[in-house]
Design a protein around this ligand. Structure first.
Ligand code: ATP
Length: 356
């Protein structure tokens, strides 16, 4: 397995790109650890597949280099990069048996037959298709075929990385959960470097150690699920991760004082925002308390979502969401307090930390 270095990668599909908006990838400059499980998460069109195809070699970046363990592979074709890929739809040989489909990538590389047999049998157990080993693939259901694709990706142990492009789209919801857990277990066991593209936050957060959030051709944060939840680097991450997403409220800064509408809060630090920047306060719905103390809000509606309720309200002229437990009392003259440790401050959409 390999460490993957994305060295100042930019990509434009059209000729003569002039400005940032002509680039499908604006600038990606990161190093991903050997053995890491990364999920590329973001909305449709943000550049996930473009980045994955640059890693796999299906696409040459317009600028920058890609390195596996320090070796420049930018100009190498997919086959020479020694990676396994699993796509949205199954890529298998319909006329071969399930067993032979799994054995194919190994036989192709000259692995000795007893070793092929051992690995294929192990993989058949993992993907739960052992009873069907001798069946031709063509009669199988879409999710059984996709399990073969996953198995073909995982059966080799000599790859630099395994790349997954929304591999569970055709799988039914229960099986999705099972396969995701199996992937996670296999990752722990074998330490593959995995890159997994998805637009589904649950899939990303349960699969990956590090989630790479993309927005408009840029990586806006790479973090653990907890970091993305507690300290979103960009307002987009706050909004995209969580359900409902983070409340982002226009705010004025003056030293450690933050003013939203007629309300002023004091922080225990001075946020480092450049003069003239658009400043906002971010607070997740889970960290707002409703009661009789604090700042006034107008409640518009309460949605029951099982063990919790989502309160939709207006605060300082802005719509906000608040998550409370199902038995929480919501007074008629409701007021709110924000957990001070859960407040994030943003300048031009990027989170700002302490001064100094
Ligand atoms: P999705 O989840 O819909 O697959 P994505 O995040 O994978 O989206 P990309 O497919 O990488 O996004 O697309 C990024 C941008 O590049 C989009 O604006 C898309 O329209 C554009 N794009 C993608 N492929 C091509 C292509 N072959 N030619 C021109 N533009 C393209």
């Amino acid at each position: 397995m390999a460490r993957i270095t994305l060295d100042h990668i930019r990509h434009a599909y059209g000729p003569n790109p002039q400005s940032d908006k002509d680039y499908a990838l604006r600038e990606v400059d990161h190093e991903w650890n050997d053995g890491g499980a990364y999920a590329l998460l973001g909305p449709s069109g943000c550049g996930k597949t473009t980045l994955l195809n640059i890693i796999s070699g299906l696409l040459q970046p317009s600028h920058g280099r890609i390195l596996f363990d320090g070796k420049d592979v930018t100009n190498l074709a997919t086959q020479a990069r020694n990676i396994a890929q699993v796509f949205q739809f199954p890529v298998i040989y319909d006329t071969m048996t399930v067993y032979d489909n799994l054995a194919f990538p190994l036989r192709n590389r000259g692995v000795a037959e007893p070793e092929v047999d051992r690995r294929v049998r192990d993989m058949l157990e993992v993907i739960d298709l052992a009873p069907m080993a001798r069946r031709k693939a063509q009669g199988l259901t879409a999710d059984q075929k996709q399990k073969i694709s996953l198995g073909r990706g995982l059966v080799r142990n000599d790859v630099n990385a395994i790349l997954f492009d929304e591999p569970l789209t055709v799988i039914d919801p229960h099986m999705k959960w099972v396969l995701r857990s199996q992937l996670k277990r296999l990752h722990k066991q074998f330490g593959f470097t995995m890159v997994y593209v998805t637009h589904d936050q649950t899939e990303a957060l349960t699969f990956a150690d590090k989630v790479v959030v993309m927005y408009e051709g840029e990586i806006v944060q790479i973090g653990t699920p907890t970091e993305l939840f507690e300290r979103p680097s960009h307002t987009f991450v706050g909004y995209f991760i969580g359900s409902p997403g983070m409340n982002v409220i226009p705010a004025k800064l003056d030293g450690n004082r933050v003013t939203v509408g007629a309300e002023t809060l004091s922080l225990d630090y001075v946020p480092k925002a450049a003069a003239g920047a658009k400043t906002e306060l971010g607070i997740r719905p889970e960290f707002i308390r409703i009661g009789r103390e604090g700042m006034p809000v107008t409640i518009n509606r309460v949605e029951d979502i099982g063990r919790q309720k989502i309160v939709r309200a207006d605060f300082a002229g802005q719509p906000i969401s608040i998550v409370v437990t199902e038995d929480a009392e919501i007074p008629a003259e409701a007021r709110v307090t924000f957990d001070p440790t859960a407040i994030n401050i943003y300048a031009n959409s990027w989170r700002v930390g302490r001064e100094g």
